[in-house]
Ligand binder design. Sequence first.
Ligand code: MAN
Length: 214
Amino acid sequence: MAYLPPSFLNFIDNKVDAVKSFLISNGVIADPEKESSGDEPKPVADARKAVKNAKSDVNSARSRLTNQQSDLEKDYGPDSVFRALKDTCITRDSGEYTYELCWFKETKQKSKKGGSDSKMGKYVRFGTITTDELSSAGEIVAVEKMTLEYENGQKCWNGPARSTTVIMECGENDELLKVTEDEKCVYSMHVATPAVCGENASEKGEEKSEKDEL
Ligand code: MAN
């Protein structure tokens, strides 16, 4: 540029400065003086905000996906017939506590006297239990029932982490029939639910014998 007259260079410099301040005042480029104060031009701030929002949308979509994936891995029984019970809870008052069963989630012992709640376990898997029962014909018969196992609840003082076996029988409505503490901090919840009607081996047997009688 040595061959250009200094006055022309000055003229160019002034023009560049004028264009720059025009662009800065219209928010097209960032003002280098303002940059350090953290005061961004509006379009830059807007773009940054949009990126931040998009990132948080991606994160929440990712966490929804993770939740749905772990839900798909959860055991909802044969043909997932129990999935409809998910996110519902039933309760029953018994003695000084209200017991709560949240299907496929957790069981709780809630104090009625203002004491703290005890978590009685988190849902882990299906199981079965065989009990002796008196049949309508007056005979003792072995009845197999489906169970839901809840483990790793609040630790019992001088004992194990609380756990619950939910023993299911066929009934018209979801109902918590009885809660027992079989050993210290090992609980059983007896529940009625339409979800197991026709599922338990014994109930299939009963259906069959009823039909045989007809
Ligand atoms: C609480 C309740 C009882 C349990 C005792 C054990 O009182 O959870 O069911 O037996 O703690 O200390």
